[in-house]
Design a protein around this ligand. Structure first.
Ligand SMILES: CC(C)(COP(=O)(O)OP(=O)(O)OC[C@H]1O[C@@H](n2cnc3c(N)ncnc32)[C@H](O)[C@@H]1OP(=O)(O)O)[C@@H](O)C(=O)NCCC(=O)NCCS
Length: 164
């Protein structure tokens, strides 16, 4: 099918739906911020988020993190400013992948920053073209893989759930 002719619908939740009969599992996720946009597509649950990095209140970090996560955020990025935008985009990408968006509290997701070499889900050595990898555990022990990066003043994260 010509990509220009793929029928795109919108689910009641707001997420996009593709209708490609030959690829019924095909999914898509979209994020936009200012003049930038990113679209990801694949045959597993997936989500993408992009945020312009600008000063935010500390209350946002409290709103999006579980208290158990806060002591480990330095493993995501060196500064609190970057940590906040990393957490935000990582969790929003997962919530968009799950289809609930912010109807589910970001606090219900836990980012595992423990290196894989220590039995955790994160992989501090995984760095391809500046993308870092973590695992996120959601309600019902649902596990997501997420890669995230910072490009100039933009934070981007892509989440997917592959069969294990
Ligand atoms: C989905 C949501 C997280 C997007 O947040 P955002 O940072 O403003 O916008 P993003 O650029 O990241 O993503 C926007 C795209 O996400 C997609 N989207 C919308 N709702 C979605 C959902 N429930 N699941 C997955 N994707 C969704 C749409 O394609 C949307 O594109 P559009 O704005 O052109 O329609 C947020 O709008 C949300 O949670 N919505 C559902 C609940 C709600 O409406 N809450 C009120 C606000 S708290």
């Amino acid at each position: 099918m010509d990509p220009q002719h793929v029928p795109i619908g919108i689910h009641d939740s707001g997420r996009l739906i593709l209708n490609v009969p030959a690829m019924p599992a095909l999914r898509v996720s979209l994020a936009h911020s200012g003049e930038n946009a990113i679209v990801v597509s694949g045959e597993h649950p997936l989500g993408v988020d992009m945020e312009t990095m600008k000063p935010r209140t500390d209350r946002l970090l409290e709103y999006i993190t579980h208290p158990d996560e806060r002591p480990h955020l330095m493993h995501l990025a060196p500064t609190m400013h970057e940590q906040l935008h990393a957490v935000w985009t990582i969790k929003e990408a997962v919530l968009k992948g799950s289809g609930t968006g912010l109807r589910t509290s970001p606090k219900q997701l836990l980012i595992d920053t423990t290196p894989a070499t220590e039995g955790g889900g994160g992989d501090g050595d995984f760095d391809i073209c500046g993308w870092r990898h973590v695992r996120v555990v959601g309600p019902g022990q649902n596990t997501w893989d997420v890669v995230f990066t910072f490009r100039e003043d933009i934070a981007v994260a892509m989440a997917w759930q592959a069969p294990r």
